[in-house]
Design a binder for this molecule. Structure first.
Ligand code: PMT
Length: 348
């Protein structure tokens, strides 16, 4: 019987992923900005946080009409970025294009139009902020102006999973000289499955059978692997491949001295702590913040290792309904039953 191919090592998976899936066009421009930002704040002794936010997409076509999306409005990332800035960090905010941004988030994705915050001053015929929004907008505006003046916020964007991973890896490498003054706060919702470049069709997938032959995508005779998304009869067949888990590479290789906080999103309460503890033991980073889709706005669970400094990790986050679970750190991967008993102990 044929044996399944062994899984590649994390380093081999990294090299394969990044050689097969090319970088976004604006990467070098982003890295020029990030390098200058990091160097300036490092020279001033400031800590730098990379906050990721928003969901990554998985395009089905090279000229992308259809894509799969990951849930995230960017609220967690944008809000947290404001708190990091308040705490004196310089923040690189790597977010999904058009998702929420720090400060403007208070107004941009509101149910009301931004025009509802405005009024006309009849005496001068100019536009002013409506009386009822004056106090809050002034407070937000002052915070934003301080950040602009100090130049402590760099905003970068991504759209798809490959853009995100390239940006994360390259910015992490730039942050490496910061050592323990670097913090990664990975709130972005990252795709677990994707279409690799060599299995992506170029043109829009046709739904009408008359047009859905391979003719529209470069002819039948091709040495390329079969497309990952294709029509079969009237159905659309999508056959995605796993995205390698790069958290391991971040912790071990790209930013080994940095503090790393990852998030775990689940919908089933029975899975949340279990998966968060599993992630902590698997990747050996500092903190996993677990949240459920339905209660994410007011409830989180913090899972950290017993030997991490609780005060450092707690920071200023006491206002959220939070629950702390401390688990023994182990450099060894645990068996599934080991993790279950840990979760039993921690949650009990
Ligand atoms: O933006 P909001 O609307 O406020 O929503 C916030 C949020 C719910 C999206 C956020 O709080 C959150 O939970 N973000 C993480 C969602 C997520 O991707 O979870 P995950 O279980 O798929 O991944 C867990 C961790 O593994 C993540 O930190 C991710 O960086 C990492 N990962 C994921 C996939 C992958 N291929 N490689 C990874 O390294």
């Amino acid at each position: 019987m044929e044996q399944p191919a062994p899984s590649p090592t994390p380093a081999a998976a990294e090299s394969q992923y990044f050689s097969l899936n090319p970088p976004p066009a604006n990467l070098s421009n982003h890295l020029t900005l990030a390098r200058a930002f990091i160097e300036r704040h490092a020279s001033e002794g400031r800590r730098v946080a990379l906050v990721t936010s928003g969901g990554t997409t998985v395009p089905l076509e090279e000229q992308t009409v259809r894509f799969i999306d990951n849930f995230s409005a960017g609220t967690r990332g944008a809000t947290s970025a404001e708190y990091f800035l308040q705490q004196g960090y310089a923040v690189i905010y790597l977010h999904r294009q058009f998702s929420l941004l720090p400060y403007s988030r208070h107004y941009s994705h509101d149910k009301r139009s931004f025009l509802d915050f405005m009024a006309e001053d009849p005496a001068t015929g100019t536009v002013v902020v409506d009386e009822e929004h004056q106090a809050k907008m002034l407070r937000v505006l002052r915070q934003y102006a301080d950040v602009k003046r100090a130049n402590t916020l760099l905003i970068l964007s991504f759209v798809n999973i490959t853009d995100y991973l390239w940006e994360l890896r390259e910015v992490a490498k730039l942050m490496r000289p910061l050592g323990a003054n670097a913090l990664f706060y990975l709130a972005a919702a990252v795709s677990d499955f994707f279409v690799p470049k060599d299995r992506m069709v170029e043109h829009k997938i046709q739904s009408a059978e008359e047009f859905s032959s391979s003719a529209s995508n470069g002819g039948a005779a091709s040495s390329k692997p079969p497309p990952a998304a294709r029509t079969q009869g009237k159905s659309l067949i999508i056959d995605l491949e796993p995205v390698p888990k790069f958290l391991k590479q971040l912790v071990d290789g790209w930013a080994p001295e940095a503090m790393i906080v990852s998030f775990k999103l689940e919908t089933d309460p029975a899975m949340l702590v279990r998966k968060a503890v599993y992630a902590l033991h698997r990747y050996h980073h500092h903190l996993v913040i677990g949240n459920l889709l339905s209660t994410r706005k007011w409830e989180v669970v913090f899972v950290s290792a017993e030997d991490d400094d609780e005060d450092d990790l707690r920071g200023d986050a006491k206002s959220t309904a939070e629950k702390w679970i401390r688990v023994p750190r182990s450099r060894r991967a645990r068996s599934a039953s080991g993790i279950e008993s840990l979760v039993g102990k921690a949650a009990g």
